[in-house]
Design a protein around this ligand. Structure first.
Ligand code: NAD
Length: 270
């Protein structure tokens, strides 16, 4: 299928590893110019080089244009500067991936009010600010695609992940409402809700469990997979393929949706 996004400009948040990097790679393979950031410089230059190489090797010419900067999604001045630099160097932003690290684990009695405030800033405030900076330009130009990475916690509470289970549904609420505002102007807004995928974040959890229990990686994967009807964890590239489709030209009538990608873990009828 022709995705029709060659030559467009994407801003991909939190892209030195995990889902963000996987999306940046997929977009580059479609000939998209990619601006990518991450909280710190660690792994970012290498990720940017991988993204540049994919675009250039597949398409040659001016493909593979990449801008990479360390930017914390909660830092207002840094995010504003990054959006401005992207538009100056790569052109107006057509595709936006709203993404950042996840909040800490914990149940109600484990969490203090400072952690609630931090999680709000990370999950909701950063998304509001970013969409506020990018969406008006998309609406003026009559075309845009916004996708936010949330979690299965939007649709089903996840044990020991209270901050995610409370604040991710609000993030999807933002998506649902911005979709209505964007629709008359050719801008779609959707979220993707991943279950367990083998990103670097999950690899860190696996390593911790191996260290604590002395079991093998296969043991950990088998234990977690037992809860998943598909019997395995997802690959980050599977989620990236979904995001890339949502950002494509043919997905222009699909908006306001929260699409779960979890091997069948969430039990919901609608
Ligand atoms: P990851 O650790 O593999 O990668 C995280 C990326 O986010 C890194 O590039 C890091 O630099 C960047 N980042 C972290 N905090 C940031 C900030 N404040 N500002 C800018 N960049 C920041 O993680 P991942 O698994 O790709 O997770 C991405 C998102 O998906 C998280 O919100 C996570 O909670 C959510 N999620 C992940 C899974 C999963 O199975 N991996 C499942 C559900 C939801």
């Amino acid at each position: 299928m022709e995705l029709g996004i060659k030559g467009r400009t994407a801003l991909v948040m939190a892209a030195s590893r995990g889902f963000g990097k996987a999306v940046a790679l997929r977009l580059a393979a479609e000939g998209v110019k990619v601006a990518m950031c991450a909280r710190g410089a660690e792994d970012l230059a290498e990720a940017a080089e991988d993204v540049r190489t994919v675009g250039h090797e597949l398409l040659g010419g001016s493909a593979g244009r990449v801008l990479a900067r360390p930017v914390d999604a909660t830092d207002e001045a840094a995010v504003k500067g990054f959006v401005a630099k992207t538009e100056k160097e790569l052109g107006p932003i057509d595709l936006l991936l709203v993404n950042a690290g996840g909040p800490p684990a914990g149940n109600f009695s484990d969490l203090d009010i400072g952690q609630w405030e931090q999680a709000y800033r990370l999950i909701l405030e950063s998304a509001v600010r970013l969409c506020g900076l990018v969406m008006p330009g998309m609406m003026d130009r009559g075309w845009g695609r916004i996708v936010q990475i949330t979690s299965v916690s939007v649709f089903q509470p996840v044990e020991n992940l209270l901050l995610s289970s409370v604040l991710r549904p609000a993030a999807h609420g933002l998506v649902r409402n911005l979709a209505v505002e964007g629709a008359p102007h050719g801008v779609t807004v959707n979220s993707v809700a991943p279950g367990y995928h083998t990103t670097s974040a999950v690899e860190r959890l696996i390593a911790k469990k191996i260290e604590q229990t002395g079991c093998t990686r296969e043991d950990v994967l088998a234990e977690w997979s037992a809860e998943i009807p598909m019997g395995r964890l997802g690959d980050p590239d599977e989620l990236a393929a979904l995001v890339t489709f949502l950002m494509s030209e043919p997905a222009g009538y699909l908006t306001g949706q929260g699409i779960v990608s979890d091997g069948g873990w969430v039990k919901k009828t609608f």
